[in-house]
Design a protein around this ligand. Structure first.
Ligand SMILES: *Cc1c(COP(=O)(O)O)cnc(C)c1O
Length: 390
């Protein structure tokens, strides 16, 4: 059976070139970078080179602004908790949006429960966008951090990050962006966009899982979340995951090189998929912004049916898709992102996310356009809420 992977917002395939770059750090240069021998020096060289590469891909002013982590969730936790702790004297007010990833929302909820944060959740419009004006109006004298995601993982909407960054810089408030879905997919420039803190993770851009990084602008204080040794400028203790870090840097280097070409290719396939679904399936709505959108994201609400059944039937036909974020699938709660965009519970229950990668082919899109419509029709025919004969 043909297998089509369209769940690239959940994770991506590690490219062979990336695996190849990682292998020597498992088999030959496997030293602990903190040691005093040639094995350690080789590992340290790999670590330094990776840091320079990541800094350069984000246009960071200095490689020391990059700290490697165990992934996106860790980076988000580290930044929220670290920024709150370092700025306790100023206050504990944090501004974020209603559509953030759970790595942000659950961490902030925990911090509120602990009494170390007071959070304003900005609402979004029907396309999932917040405005710089909303951010500006929410800033108070005791605001210590603004955290707005670069691009949403469910609906692919891209936020006006440079403009929000400018508002925060002018107000003297730290600005963090969870750029996990954006890095390697759309241009990210920490200096031009006035970003103070940023989170990324390798497995969302064809790198390995369990390897991430944060950008911390020079001069921004960010205490460690994990304590122990003096690794990563004392910001993140623990022996560095050198193969993972080397893989992260290689994957980011490749995706940065191919960014424009990949975006063009994926946007064309995305538009073909969107057009094809609109042509073949009645009662569908596209979620997210029409143009301010990740090149690889398609997200629909299929009325009168449940995503779970669609996903099951797609899987039986070899198509891997999702109903939203991997963290919420498996639970029957409708997506907090779709609800925040004003979509009804009923419609949100029938959401379908198809996310492409540079490996996606036109033949695969054709296969989805052939396979999905009859599945939807069959499920609607069985649905008690489907207006029959309409
Ligand atoms: C995937 C994702 C994360 C979590 O990253 P992990 O490396 O899986 O911990 C955080 N934020 C966003 C927007 C994501 O898409």
């Amino acid at each position: 059976m043909q297998r089509v992977y369209l769940d690239n917002a959940a994770t991506t395939q590690v490219l062979p070139e990336v695996v190849e770059a990682m292998l020597p750090y498992y088999t030959t240069c496997y030293g602990n970078p903190s040691g005093f021998h040639s094995f350690s020096r080789e590992a340290h060289k790999g670590l330094d080179a990776a840091r320079r590469t990541v800094a350069s891909c984000l246009n960071a002013a200095d490689p020391s602004e990059i700290t490697f982590t165990g992934g996106g969730s860790e980076g988000d936790n580290m930044i929220l908790r670290g920024a709150a702790k370092a700025n306790r004297k100023k206050g504990k007010h944090i501004i974020t949006t209603a559509i953030e990833h759970h790595a942000i929302l659950h961490t902030l909820a925990a911090m509120e429960a602990e009494g170390v944060a007071e959070v304003t959740y900005l609402p979004v419009d029907a396309y999932g966008r917040v405005t710089p004006e909303q951010v500006k109006a929410a800033i108070r004298p005791d605001t210590v951090l603004v955290s707005v995601m670069f691009a949403n993982n469910e609906v692919g909407t891209i936020e006006p990050i440079a403009e929000i960054g400018a508002v925060c810089r002018e107000a003297g408030v730290l600005f963090h962006t969870d750029a996990v879905q954006a890095v390697g997919h759309v241009p990210v420039d920490v200096q031009a966009m006035h970003i103070d803190l940023l989170t990324l993770t390798a497995h969302k851009f064809h790198g390995p899982k369990g390897a991430g990084a944060i950008y911390v602008r020079k001069g921004v204080r960010l205490p460690a979340l994990i304590q122990g040794g003096a690794q990563e400028n004392k910001r993140r203790a623990g022996t560095e995951n050198i193969p993972g870090i080397v893989g992260l840097a290689r994957a980011l280097e490749i995706q940065t090189e191919r960014l424009a070409k990949n975006a063009e290719k994926m946007t064309a396939l995305r538009e073909k998929l969107i057009r094809g679904i609109f042509e073949r399936i009645p009662d569908v709505t596209l979620n997210g912004h029409r143009t301010e959108r990740l090149p690889n994201n398609v997200n629909f609400c299929l009325r009168y049916i449940e995503s779970e059944s669609v996903l099951l039937w797609l899987d039986l036909n070899g198509i891997a898709a999702s109903s939203g974020s991997a963290c919420t699938s498996g639970s029957l709660d409708p997506s907090h992102v779709l609800l925040a965009m004003g979509i009804s519970h009923e419609a949100a229950n029938g959401s379908l996310r198809l996310t492409l990668s540079e490996l996606t082919t036109e033949a695969e899109i054709d296969y989805v356009l052939e396979t999905l419509p009859p599945i939807v029709q069959r499920l609607r025919d069985m649905s008690p809420i489907y207006p029959k004969g309409a």
